[in-house]
Ligand binder design. Structure first.
Ligand SMILES: [Zn+2]
Length: 51
C-alpha cells in the first residue's frame, strides 16, 4: 500500500519511496531511513506498484 514518502540518507541515493511493498525501500537500513522525499525523484518500482 501507499505510505508517507521515505528515503535513505545513504550516499548515492537518488530516489524516494512511497510503497511498503518496494523491496528497495524495504532494504533501507533503519539508521539511514528518513521521512520525506529528500528532494529526490520517485523510485520507479514504487511508481509501478502504485499505478
Ligand atoms: Zn521504491
Amino acid at each position: 500500500m501507499k505510505v508517507a514518502p521515505y528515503y535513505s540518507i545513504k550516499p548515492g541515493t537518488e530516489v524516494y519511496h512511497n510503497s511498503n511493498k518496494c523491496t528497495e525501500g524495504n532494504n533501507i537500513e533503519k539508521e539511514n531511513l528518513r521521512k520525506g522525499t529528500g528532494g529526490h525523484r520517485l523510485c520507479s518500482r514504487c511508481k509501478e506498484l502504485e499505478n
